[in-house]
Design a binder for this molecule. Structure first.
Ligand SMILES: [Cu+2]
Length: 140
């Protein structure tokens, strides 16, 4: 009798574990099935580039550098940043600098930092509002 009850409890635990594992596996499959070429979940076509939460590693980090005098002033570095399609660029600029995409794919204002994923090949131009210097990301 006791042995039967123990078996029933163990069996229930196994079923619960199996159910949890199945749910986890299904979630993992959904994520891995989401290729960069897939449409977004809301049915809209995915944009050529878009701002996203930064992952742990990125393909390039863009900062600003101060140019030697003369002429002085600032520039983005690296510029252009060369990356492969589907990769992520992090913008990490000083507090007085911005990075605004000419085609409005991204818009980092003073002190803002963040990441952009580039889904389509092409050249993506951006600029600093305050200082006028320009940069580009070339996606191959
Ligand atoms: Cu600037």
């Amino acid at each position: 009798m006791l042995a039967e009850m123990k078996f029933a409890v163990v069996s229930l635990r196994r079923q619960a574990l199996l159910a949890a594992f199945t749910a986890l596996a299904a979630t993992a499959c959904d994520k891995s099935g989401n290729s960069p070429d897939a449409a977004t979940n809301d049915g809209k076509p995915r944009p050529a580039a878009q701002m996203i939460d930064c992952p742990n590693s990125v393909a390039a980090v863009i900062t600003e550098v101060t140019l030697p005098n003369p002429p002085g002033g600032f520039a983005y570095s690296p510029n252009p940043a060369m990356i492969a399609k589907g990769k992520i660029v992090k913008f990490s600029l000083g507090p007085s600098h911005t990075a605004v995409s000419r085609k409005q794919y991204f818009d980092f204002r003073e002190g803002e930092r963040g990441c952009v994923i580039f889904n389509d090949p092409g050249t993506y131009d951006f600029f600093c509002i305050a200082h006028g210097f320009v940069g580009a990301i070339v996606v191959q």
